[in-house]
Design a protein around this ligand. Structure first.
Ligand code: FES
Length: 142
């Protein structure tokens, strides 16, 4: 599942999988998402998730950013994980307390040598909640 063999050896060499690679990982949390009640009350559940993610990442060198809408509203609380030169991931069906999972996914991504977030060890919420993955542009051959 979720495998891709077109990742070049050069790119694999460039991704060393060291902790320093955490600096190249960004988590983007939609701070505008509503919870299952659909309430417009503030703070929105998405803002609580962003706060939870920042708390979970407090001791890590991971960028946490927020955005108002990732276009994934039907899947409730949403976030994306990006790494320079790698695939980009969008997740949904998260909860206001999924911050630790997002940080665990980001840390796992930093260990990747093939540009993908490893499936093994990925938190369940980032398996079940996967919406899409988008390749880096320079991976496209046509
Ligand atoms: S409001 Fe969060 S994805 Fe649209």
């Amino acid at each position: 599942m979720e495998r891709d063999s077109s990742f070049s050896a050069d790119r694999a060499d460039a991704l060393s999988g060291h902790d320093d690679d955490l600096a190249g990982v960004t988590v983007i949390v939609c701070s505008y998402c509503r919870d299952e009640t659909g309430s417009d009350a503030h703070p929105r559940a998405g803002a609580l998730l962003a706060e939870d993610t920042r708390r979970a990442a407090a001791d890590e060198n991971i960028r946490i950013r927020t955005i108002e809408c990732l276009g994934n509203c039907k899947r409730r609380l949403s976030a994306a994980i990006l790494r320079d030169g790698c695939w980009s991931y969008v997740f949904g069906d998260l909860t206001a307390s999924s911050g630790a999972d997002l940080v665990a996914g980001a840390k796992l991504f930093a260990t990747s040598t093939d540009g993908l977030i490893p499936w093994r060890g990925r938190p369940d919420s980032l398996k079940r909640g996967l919406v899409a993955r988008i390749p880096p542009l320079d991976l496209l051959k046509d």
